[in-house]
Design a protein around this ligand. Structure first.
Ligand code: PA5
Length: 456
């Protein structure tokens, strides 16, 4: 299903920046106790995401078939782990121009994921995506996130103005089964709702109703995504562990940046989703035993072939502080033959080939150049892009992250570093209980005056 080829991460291929056989053997050996610790946690039921492949999705699929499909649009309100998985899965599994396809061809709503509070983006969405034809899926694991609550307030107000009490028919909530503002709102207002398992955190929640519901509304069967995840759970653990050990060994060898570079537009947003998973899970000040460690490898996303014309120069000749992971697909779902055109040397060689051949050749060329330049790189290869393979891939990367957390001896499941900014936002926006912090912030020395550029 998913193959990992790391030949080009080894010293035999890339010289001193790669791993020698001895380094690799000892990295794997040193990591083994972490594998056992994660498996022990999973067996004791302490890792919620490991149980997701076995979840029951009947009511969710039913809701998607009967209710969500009645709408012209489905707009997801959420941020971070409540949005990125849906975008990744939608880019991978829906038609590449889904929202532009004719309704008869789509036979399901257009899908929008609003993962920010940019006023122009939100107000603009209201102007062109009519609330009376839209189902809003408000998603927040905690049920308390300010960005998501603000979005909800805007859209519920618009719905009330147009539909009065019928606004409720246009909102479906995905949140914790018992706690938080969204859960109590759903109960109080009798809104349709779906639970996120309490022990599954935001960035590990793509294969819960968080993404399963919007994808099901667009015709992707949740069972197929979960079947892929079940395969990864059953057969992919050792490879995921190896990948975690490999990333670790390269990180310890100075590869402070890991680039994920899909050579398939369908997987572009998987790299974006992975960016959050790897950064938020492993970027930690303290180890599990409380020491200051400041661990973290910076994940960067790139896209082949687009970023060959933007980033590849840096990856090949800049500081050798990166490892590059390609995502590759064995076969594309749509052919796009390049017709023969003119007889001149610049175009004739392309005619009669397929765009997929060109993209594959570009990947091979980039991989070769990086290897020749001593830049460690590896490839995750999917046979094809299907709900099973992509569901499996997300679960695989979650496993890999959990193993890496243990190898690095950090808590992969918390995010204390984002709390300070959250609280400051609450204080600045006047939330009750944050008055002291607001006072403190007001008392801080203002920033130095910025350099002014005349004429702007
Ligand atoms: O991984 C996480 O827990 C976070 O990145 C969350 O996904 C993000 O902060 C949004 O949180 P919530 O889903 O509670 O609104």
């Amino acid at each position: 299903m998913l193959q990992l080829d790391f030949t080009n991460a080894m010293a035999a291929r890339v010289g001193a920046h790669g791993l020698t056989e001895d380094e690799w053997t000892s990295a794997l050996g040193a990591a083994l106790p972490a594998y056992d610790a994660v498996e022990k946690d999973a067996a004791a039921g302490r890792l919620g995401f490991r149980r997701l492949p076995a979840q029951d999705t009947k009511s969710l699929a039913e809701y998607a078939r009967h209710t969500a499909s009645l709408f012209e649009n489905l707009t997801v309100l959420g941020i971070g782990g409540s949005a990125l998985g849906t975008t990744a899965l939608a880019s991978a599994l829906l038609h590449p121009w889904w929202n532009f396809a004719a309704p008869e061809a789509r036979r399901a709503p257009r899908l929008f994921v609003l993962d920010n509070v940019d006023p122009e983006e939100i107000a603009g969405h209201l102007e062109v995506v009519l609330p009376e034809r839209t189902l809003y899926n408000v998603i927040s694991k905690s049920g308390e996130t300010a960005e998501t609550t603000a979005q909800l307030l805007v859209f519920v107000d618009a719905l009330k103005k147009r539909l009065g009490d019928r606004w409720r028919e246009h909102v479906v909530v995905t949140t914790d089964p018992a706690k938080g503002f969204l859960r109590s709102l759903a109960t109080r207002e009798k809104l349709a709702s779906f639970p996120v398992p309490p022990d599954v955190g935001g960035r590990f929640s793509a294969l819960t109703p968080v993404s399963l519901l919007p994808l099901a509304a667009c015709g992707v069967e949740p069972e197929r995504l979960l079947a892929g995840a079940a395969t990864a759970e059953e057969k992919g653990r050792e490879t995921a562990f190896k990948a975690a050990a490999l990333y670790t060994a390269l990180y310890r060898k100075g590869k402070r940046i890991c680039v994920m570079m899909p050579y398939a537009r369908a997987l572009r947003d998987v790299a974006d989703w992975f960016r959050q998973l790897w950064a938020e899970s492993l970027g930690k000040r303290r180890s599990l035993d409380g020491r200051e460690v400041f661990e973290g490898q910076t994940p960067v996303k790139a896209l082949g072939a687009t970023d060959q014309h933007s980033q590849a120069q840096l990856y090949n000749e800049g500081p050798n502080d990166k490892m590059i992971a390609f995502l590759e697909v064995g076969r594309f779902r749509r052919p796009c033959p390049i017709p023969p055109g003119w007889e001149d040397d610049t175009s004739a060689f392309l005619g009669g080939r397929d765009m997929g051949d060109l993209l594959s050749a570009e990947k091979r060329g980039t991989e070769r150049a990086l290897t020749a330049n001593g830049r460690p790189n590896l490839t995750f290869r999917l046979e094809g892009v299907t709900p099973e393979t992509v569901g499996g891939m997300l679960h695989f990367f979650e496993l890999m992250t959990a193993y890496a957390g243990r190898i690095w001896n950090v808590n992969a499941f918390d995010q204390p570093g984002v709390e300070a900014a959250k609280h400051a936002t609450f204080a600045l926006m006047g939330r009750k209980g944050y008055e002291k912090l607001a006072e403190e912030i007001r008392g801080e020395t203002p920033a130095q005056e910025a350099v002014k550029l005349e004429g702007f």
